[in-house]
Design a protein around this ligand. Structure first.
Ligand SMILES: [Zn+2]
Length: 64
């Protein structure tokens, strides 16, 4: 179950709920909305955004 350890932090993240994509902008040290095919991947405005990155692999918390 070992995962490949990356030296760099992720430069992209995607919301598993709405498809929102962000790209890391190292110049401003913040996430910017990714643009694909000239379209901003903003996703759902009111989505809570569950990012598909596991920098620190947390166990999934089950909401009952
Ligand atoms: Zn989302």
């Amino acid at each position: 179950m070992s995962k490949e350890v990356r030296l760099c932090s992720p430069t992209e993240r995607e919301c598993v709920l709405c498809g929102r994509k962000d790209a890391w902008d190292s110049e401003i040290c913040n996430w910017e909305i990714a643009i694909e095919n000239g379209e901003k991947k903003t996703g759902e405005k009111f989505c809570m955004h569950e990012w598909d990155i596991t920098g620190t692999h947390k166990s999934i918390i089950e909401i009952v």
